[in-house]
Design a protein around this ligand. Structure first.
Ligand code: HEC
Length: 115
């Protein structure tokens, strides 16, 4: 009995330390709740006030670092406003979006660049 209790406590602690698995559906809710969409667009496509962030090169840790201390016009979000776990969910949500096509695969842009 005892080893079983110990094992259960240990795995609960490990789960807490690692955080729950990223939840893209929750990430979508948070993306709207915390106003990311106001600057980055509903689909992370970017807008007048924010960069395109759908499927960026950053991993979840990189996104967390960035949001805590953004480089430019973006406001910083502390962990009181949005937790690391919540940002991990937002990252998972952004990964579900379509990648931008490279310019060479957009016929109109191809025509523009032709001499
Ligand atoms: C007030 C407008 C605004 C809001 C709200 C906002 N951002 Fe941004 N964000 C920006 C701008 C502008 C940039 C481009 C770089 C800069 O100026 O900081 C940016 C850049 C980023 C980048 C870096 C993109 C890259 O390619 O490196 C990430 C990641 C990001 N934002 C995530 C978020 C998340 C997640 C939220 C919601 C919690 C959010 N942003 C809310 C304006 C905003």
């Amino acid at each position: 009995m005892k080893p079983l209790v110990f094992a259960a406590a240990f795995s609960a602690a490990t789960l807490l330390a690692q955080g729950a698995a990223p939840d893209a559906a929750n990430g979508k809710k948070l993306f709207l709740r915390d106003g990311c969409y106001e600057c980055h667009g509903y689909a992370g496509q970017g807008g007048r006030d924010g960069a395109r962030i759908a499927v960026i090169g950053l991993n979840a840790q990189g996104l967390i670092h960035y949001v805590r201390a953004p480089a430019g016009a973006m406001p910083a979000y502390t962990d009181k406003v949005i937790t690391d776990q919540e940002l991990t969910d937002i990252h998972a949500y952004l990964q579900t979006m379509a990648k931008a096509k490279p310019a060479k695969d957009i016929p109109l842009l191809n025509d523009l660049y032709k001499k």
